[in-house]
Each structure stands twice: as structure tokens, then as C-alpha cells.
Design a protein around this ligand. Structure first.
Ligand code: GDD
Ligand code: MN
Length: 394
């Protein structure tokens, strides 16, 4: 008698794949207690198709349609984990690139009893990722896997394919509440963030990644950028991501100046253009990747932009005199003074953005009276606390 399992299938416009997926899943799991749970963000009639197929399916089939696509594919999977009827869940793509015939192998491996997560890996013996398509995509996938493993050596040591979208997870072993789903890489999120309490034990079975049946892939350059942001956030928290963007800005600034002066432009004008481009670029990146969630509750766009830019201007103007002051009165070397002033300026800039630019707008006191107590000091304490609590391991 095998364990009951919920097969979670995230879907985004997969209408033409539903019937075959349900039929093959039912056949593969015949005899074991199982349900299929679709979590759908489609704009087509995938939901109608799910209802139609469910009516005559040999196993329970449910579909949940989300009104808002928060967290993309990963957000859908996390909702599936919360709504599943059983603790043992298998996440599987809805386009048949993940053959349902592999479901029994995942379950059998889990039933050996020494794993909390069983991943279907494209990179172990018998695995195959031909279905990824182009050589380009294959190379990108390999490189991303190597970098990610290097960043999370301990947690991903036993995993050859932390990016696979086909895996079994024992929900009772994972802290689902700590997950912050974003983009495509939900297994990575689970392995890195979901194992705070228990170290998750990982096992793998080989996967032959097929080719998509109908429809088109939703992977894109944007997913790539989301993935990099996801990595930076997992590894260093918001502050690290903010620093990375600042670093990119500095390099871009120098590059723009170099290019413009080489084209014969006066260096002062080149510096002004370089600085302006960098300020705007940094602001856009920070809006998109660092303070993505915060910005919805914060003040309006132009207010955020104005306060961010003014702070950076004031900070730049103050840094040099403060540095001179340190050198003159404390008699420390100018190199050390520069280093100290840069670190202090960075911290100040991060705190200012987190606590002021992207602070939630003060909520209006409602009829009951008292506005919520949320002093600056409390917010600072909470921000520092949150930074300190981010997962880290080296
Ligand atoms: N609910 C929901 N919401 N489902 C989504 C969304 C979304 O925003 N985006 C994609 N999906 C669903 C698709 O409908 C499909 O069932 C599954 O997620 C995978 O999406 P694809 O667009 O087919 O992705 P892929 O084949 O490029 O990527 C797959 O392989 C990668 C390995 O290279 C996924 O399994 C990735 O997670 C995996 O990393
Ligand atoms: Mn696919």
C-alpha cells in the first residue's frame, strides 16, 4: 500500500495538454491513493478544460484558479502545497515535458524512507535534458546550476539539479511559511529556505526531460533576470542585492564616461550624462528587484524617485568633507577613511531606502481612533532584525 500523494500541476495556458496529462497520470498511479491539483493562472480556457476532464477522471482532479499571479510559477506551487489534501506532494509541469510515467519511481524512492525531497534530475545517470531545446539554453542551464551550487555548497551538496521543476516533497518537513516564491525556481527556494528547521534530505531519480507537447514555454530573458535576483536575495538578502545593483551602477557609470569621452565629448558633460544614466538605471533596478513588494504600499513613484535621488546627492556631497574631517582630525590614512566613508554611506543609503523611500505610507487613523504604532526606531530595529535572520551558510 503506497502513501497518498497530491500531484501539483502549475498551469499557464496549457489547455491542450490537460486531458493527456490526467490520463497518463491516472494510469501511472493506478491503485495508489492520489489526487491531481492544478493551480492555474491562465488567460485561456484551461480551467474549463480541467473541469471537463475532471468529470470523467478515474481519480480526484481539482483546479484552483488564482485571480492574481503573485510569485509566478513558484507562487502557484506554494499555493498548491498549502491546498493539497496529502502531505506527500509531487510538483510536475503541465506541458508533459515531465513524463507522468516517472511518478511511481519518485514515490518508490521516497518510500525507502531516507529522503524528504526526491528530485527528478536531468543530470544524473540516465537523465537527459535534450528537451531543453537549444544548445544555448542547455549551456545557460548548466552554468546557472554550477553557480547556484557553489553559492549554497552545504544545502545543495546532494543535489545535481536544484533547478528541476519535477520533484516530490514531504510537506510536513518543510516550513512552507518561510518560502518567498518568485519566478521558476521553486525547488531551489524549498531547499535553501524551507529547510531551516530540519535539514532536508535530498534524493534523486534520473529524468528524461521530454519536449513540450502543445503550446509554448514561458521561460524568457525576464525569467533569467528574476532568477539572478532570486539568487542574490537568497544568498545575501535585500542588502546584498542593493549592493550588487550599486556595483553594477558604478561600473556602468565608468563605462559610459569612457565611451563618451572617447567619442570626443567634454569630460564634464560626459560625467553628468554618466551620473544621470546611472542614477536612473539604479532606481529602475532597485524598483524592479530590491523593493518590488514594498513599492506597492509606499508613496507614489515620483516621490520615491525624488527622495532617492536627493538622498544620493546629499550623501555624495557630504562624503568627501566627512572623509577630509576624518583624515585631518583623527589622523587616519586617506585610504582607510575612504573605505570607512564608503561603508557608512552604503549602510546609510540602504537604511534610508528601506525605511524612508519604501516605507509603507502612514495608514489613516480609522474610526476607532489610534493609528498603528510604527515608530522609526521600531522600523529600524525590525529591518536590522530581518537582515540578521536571513539564511546564510558558507
Ligand atoms: N500557475 C502558473 N503560473 N503556472 C505557470 C506560470 C505561472 O505564472 N508560468 C509557467 N507555468 C507553468 C506552465 O504552464 C508549465 O506547466 C510549467 O509551469 C513550466 O512552464 P514552462 O513554460 O513549460 O517552463 P520550461 O519548460 O521552460 O521550464 C521548466 O523546466 C525548467 C528546467 O529547465 C520548468 O519546470 C522549470 O521550473 C524548470 O526550471
Ligand atoms: Mn516546459
Amino acid at each position: 500500500m503506497s502513501v497518498p500523494v497530491t500531484v501539483i500541476v502549475p498551469t499557464f495556458n496549457e489547455r491542450d495538454n490537460i486531458a493527456e496529462l490526467v490520463a497518463r497520470t491516472a494510469a501511472a498511479l493506478a491503485g495508489s491513493p492520489a489526487e491531481i491539483l492544478f493551480v492555474d493562472d491562465s488567460s485561456d480556457d484551461t480551467m474549463d478544460e480541467i473541469a471537463r476532464v475532471a468529470a470523467s477522471a478515474p481519480l480526484p482532479v481539482r483546479g484552483i484558479h488564482r485571480d492574481r499571479n503573485t510569485g509566478g510559477l513558484s507562487g502557484a506551487v506554494v499555493l498548491g502545497l498549502a491546498e493539497a489534501s496529502h502531505d506527500v506532494c509531487i510538483v510536475m509541469d503541465g506541458d508533459l515535458q515531465h513524463p507522468p510515467e516517472l511518478l511511481p519511481a519518485l514515490l518508490a524512492r521516497y518510500e525507502e524512507g531516507d529522503a524528504d525531497v526526491v528530485a527528478a534530475s536531468r543530470y544524473i545517470g540516465g537523465g537527459d535534458s535534450a528537451g531543453l531545446g537549444t544548445v544555448m539554453r542547455f549551456g545557460v542551464s548548466k552554468a546557472a546550476t554550477a553557480i547556484t551550487k557553489a553559492m549554497f555548497l552545504r544545502r545543495l551538496w546532494r543535489s545535481t539539479d536544484p533547478m528541476t521543476g519535477f520533484f516530490l516533497v514531504d510537506r510536513s518537513r518543510v516550513e512552507v511559511n518561510t518560502l518567498r516564491p518568485q519566478g521558476f525556481k521553486i525547488l531551489l527556494e524549498i531547499l535553501v529556505r524551507g529547510g531551516e528547521r530540519h535539514d532536508l534530505r535530498i534524493a534523486e531519480v534520473p529524468l528524461e526531460f521530454g519536449t513540450r507537447r502543445h503550446g509554448t514555454s514561458k521561460a524568457s530573458l525576464r525569467q533569467g533576470a528574476t532568477f539572478l535576483a532570486h539568487l542574490a536575495r537568497l544568498r545575501f538578502g535585500k542588502m546584498g542585492l542593493f549592493a550588487v545593483i550599486g556595483g553594477i551602477g558604478a561600473v556602468a557609470n565608468i563605462g559610459i564616461m569612457w565611451a563618451l569621452t572617447h567619442l570626443g565629448m567634454d569630460y564634464v558633460l560626459a560625467a553628468v550624462i554618466g551620473a544621470a544614466a546611472t542614477i536612473i538605471g539604479n532606481f529602475v533596478l532597485q524598483e524592479l528587484f530590491v523593493f518590488r513588494e514594498e513599492r506597492h504600499l509606499a508613496s507614489r513613484l515620483w516621490v520615491r524617485f525624488a527622495s532617492s535621488v536627493s538622498f544620493n546627492g546629499v550623501e555624495a556631497a557630504l562624503r568627501i568633507p566627512v572623509m577630509a574631517f576624518m583624515v585631518e582630525t583623527w589622523h587616519i590614512s586617506s585610504v582607510i577613511a575612504t573605505a570607512i566613508s564608503l561603508v557608512v554611506a552604503f549602510l546609510a543609503r540602504f537604511l534610508f531606502h528601506a525605511l524612508v523611500v519604501y516605507a509603507p505610507r502612514r495608514q489613516r487613523a480609522d474610526a476607532a481612533g489610534e493609528p498603528p504604532v510604527d515608530t522609526a526606531a521600531l522600523r529600524i530595529a525590525r529591518a536590522i532584525d530581518a537582515e540578521a535572520m536571513r539564511p546564510g551558510e558558507l
